[in-house]
Design a protein around this ligand. Structure first.
Ligand code: KG4
Ligand code: ZN
Length: 341
């Protein structure tokens, strides 16, 4: 019998201070998230300096809570895992420094994890049968990637955004229609009251990058629509704009993903990242995958947005492969997926 692996995972790449204890990569014993959203709301987006400062204030408390919720001592951990990129450098540094200090003090191996690898691995937590290879759409506030997951820790990006990430588009449009930050969940909610066919917004096709995305044109189209309503003195129906915008995003994401699934011959498809918690996106993929007899996987919303359990899941497979980082591990704000530093 192999020994159980307990990983204490830390995530601080953006505006969530998070820690979790994960057993054997797929069993979450605790998942503590301190969200800073309320703090950043008054500025309409994440303020990096404020994020770093709040991470410093909260990180020890969140880590202690994760161990206590899991009913485990630090001495019972097998390894410490931490997100070291991509993300905000000051924010990442807080988690990386804390992980290095704990690793040194407790004599535990240190495993640095790629944030997007964490998002993808969130799918392993509740889908015990999911194993690579599969295709994964990662849609978050900073990333929109269509990724071939060839094996654990082995990725190939086949499509990416040329401009705004999907979540970024949600956030910008939400701000423009007065819904505030963070835009994704608000647009999701308001859209339920609106007509998705009320306004036809463009679905961008990117020349030469078959599976690439572009959302800045769509965002501009929404802004133009709002301006023209204002000029004509017409009342804007916020719910209709939200629903129509959301449909345009979902249509493009589904179309690209289904084409890629067909071309590459995958029978398993997963979604990940904050935007993957969007109810309309989940429904559209559920239906499209059912039609094509493709198994569809998605994490629960709490594992879609930033959390440390997903980092623990990704770290497990890295740890099993023998990945260990030294105390020279640094934050890498532009870390590429699959890159090992
Ligand atoms: O993965 P995440 O927590 O952080 C990044 O790594 O970026 O994603 C945050 C993004 C934000 O842009 C937020 O507006 C979006 O995910 N989001 C949503 C929903 N919930 C969060 N977008 C659409 N619908 C949602 N329900
Ligand atoms: Zn994220």
């Amino acid at each position: 019998m192999e020994k159980d692996v307990y990983i204490l995972a830390i995530e601080s790449s953006c505006d969530e201070t998070a820690a979790a204890v994960v057993k054997n990569g797929r069993e979450v014993l605790s998942n503590v998230i301190y969200s800073q959203i309320a703090l950043h709301t008054e500025y309409g987006g994440v303020v990096p300096e404020i994020a770093s400062r709040k991470h410093i204030e909260k990180i020890n408390q969140v880590i202690e809570q994760a161990l206590s919720d899991a009913h485990r001592e630090l001495s019972q951990m097998t390894a410490i895992a931490v997100t070291y990129g991509p993300g905000l450098v000051g924010a990442l540094l807080v988690g990386v420094s804390a992980a290095k200090a704990i690793s040194f003090a407790a004599g535990l191996p240190l495993v640095g994890v790629h944030h997007i690898e964490g998002h993808i691995s969130a799918n392993y937590i509740e889908n015990k049968e999911l194993v690579p290879p599969f295709l994964c759409l990662v849609v978050s506030g900073g990333h929109s990637h269509l990724v071939e997951v060839k094996a654990y820790g082995e990725y190939k990006i086949i499509g990416r955004t040329r401009d705004d990430a999907a979540g970024e588009a949600f956030d910008k449009v939400a701000r423009a229609i007065g819904l505030g930050y963070p835009g994704g969940p608000k647009i999701d909610r308001v859209s339920k009251e609106g007509n998705p066919d009320a306004i036809h917004f463009p679905r961008a096709k990117v020349e030469s990058g078959e599976y690439d995305f572009s959302f800045s044109g769509l965002k501009s189209a929404v802004l133009n629509y709002l301006n023209s309503c204002e000029m004509k003195g017409e009342q804007v129906n916020t719910a209709d704009v939200a629903a129509s915008f959301q449909k345009a995003v979902v249509d493009v994401l589904v179309e690209h993903s289904m084409e890629a699934l067909q071309k590459y011959g995958y029978k398993k498809f997963a979604i990940a990242g904050g935007v993957a918690s969007n109810s309309s996106l989940r429904k559209a993929f559920q239906e499209a995958c059912e039609k094509k007899e493709i198994a569809f996987y998605h994490p629960s919303p709490v594992y879609c947005t930033d959390n440390a359990a997903m980092i623990g899941a990704a770290a497990y497979y890295e740890f099993q492969k023998g990945v260990r980082h030294g105390f020279d591990l640094n934050a890498v704000p532009n870390l590429k997926l699959g890159e090992r530093i």
